[in-house]
Design a protein around this ligand. Structure first.
Ligand code: NAP
Length: 315
């Protein structure tokens, strides 16, 4: 086998895809290695492609240790865990897995929206605990119908969320860095104005430094005590200590959260709150979508080694 077909696996795709790749490529399992320094001493010079995932990303020190690196093929659409400017400066291309996860992530946003407003988890516990038979009906909840839904980041996933929300008879608005001329939803160039208008704020923009703590206490106050927030983007987009206090004090009505700071070590304060529905960063976590994401990683890798253009380059 030619030494140009060496792959450093920082974080793998799906097991059956890795088994198949292993038949055609030299996979160096950095992810499983007990002695990563020794592994790099042996293979660093021949590595032209790294496989990773959005959750693990690309450690900056590792980037500096792979002198012949050309491509980082990442599993996931978000690339906030990869230093894109540093990669670009080095001439390293990064690929991600857009679009194939839109449906499941948008479904998750709607699931969190409904389960938060209708208090699904509280209701489930109400019945299981015997409260229903002992104390009768659970307290009334609030409807999604006719609410105003504000989307922060109306991109591929944001649009898929909006099209799913439309049949509920909601009004839609969005915030982003620019107005999209082909979109009829109301555009807000100011996030506080969107939060003031909205009953439900859905966060669907990228993570990273540009959006860190974008949802701060002022945004939460503007959303208000009868407002709800749903986050399927990244934990970093919300000032989490501010959100926890806002949920505890009733500054906002509730939250449906797929993403958190310091995953998987979620702040335990969330678990004590009845007005929060928690999903453990699993918006794309179906067999079908994870297979499709892995396949796109494999397809980018295959294209690179075949000398073809990358399919989904980021930079
Ligand atoms: P996308 O198509 O690039 O859309 C991103 C949207 O965010 C765009 O509408 C963009 O509009 C807006 N945006 C970008 N930077 C912004 C900023 N600084 N302030 C406000 N808005 C900004 O991306 P996508 O495919 O929809 O994915 C969005 C994000 O969802 C990903 O980056 C990822 O972090 C997250 N995600 C999470 C999961 C999960 O499992 N929970 C799964 C998939 C994706 P403008 O350019 O007009 O600002």
């Amino acid at each position: 086998m030619s030494e140009t077909r060496d792959v450093l696996v920082v974080s793998p795709a799906r097991p059956h895809q890795m088994e198949k790749l292993a038949q055609d490529y030299n996979l160096h399992r950095y992810d499983k290695s007990d002695d990563r320094d020794a592994l790099l001493a042996e293979v660093a010079d021949k590595i032209r492609l790294v496989m990773t995932t959005a959750g693990v990303g690309m450690p900056t020190d590792l980037l500096g240790r792979l002198p012949n690196l050309e491509v980082i093929a990442s599993f996931g659409v978000g690339y906030d865990s990869i230093d894109i400017p540093a990669c670009t400066a080095r001439g390293v291309k990064v690929t991600n897995t857009p679009d194939v996860l839109n449906d499941d992530v948008a479904d998750t946003a709607i699931m969190l929206m409904l389960s938060t407003l209708r208090r699904l988890v509280v209701g489930d516990r109400w019945a299981r605990s015997g409260n229903w038979s002992k104390n009768g009906a659970m307290p009334l909840t609030t409807t999604l119908h006719s609410k105003k839904v504000g989307i922060v980041g109306l991109g591929r996933i944001g649009k898929a969320i909006a099209s799913r929300a439309e049949p509920f008879g909601v009004e839609l608005g969005y915030f982003g860095r620019s107005r999209q001329n082909d979109i009829s939803y109301q555009y807000f160039d100011d996030l506080i104005a969107l939060a003031t208008w909205a009953d439900v704020l859905v966060v669907a923009c990228p993570g990273g430094n540009a959006t860190r703590d974008l949802i701060n206490i002022d945004v939460l106050k503007a959303l208000g005590a009868t407002g709800y927030i749903v986050n399927i983007a990244r934990g970093s987009v919300i000032d989490e200590p501010a959100l926890i206090t806002a949920l505890q004090d009733g500054v906002v009505g509730g939250a449906g959260l797929d993403v958190f700071h310091n995953e998987p070590h979620m702040n335990p304060a969330f678990a004590a709150l009845d007005n929060v529905v928690i999903y453990p960063h699993h918006a794309s976590g179906t067999v079908e979508t994870r297979d499709a994401m892995g396949q796109l990683v494999v397809d980018n890798l295959t294209a690179f080694f075949a000398g073809q253009p990358l399919i989904t380059p980021v930079n």
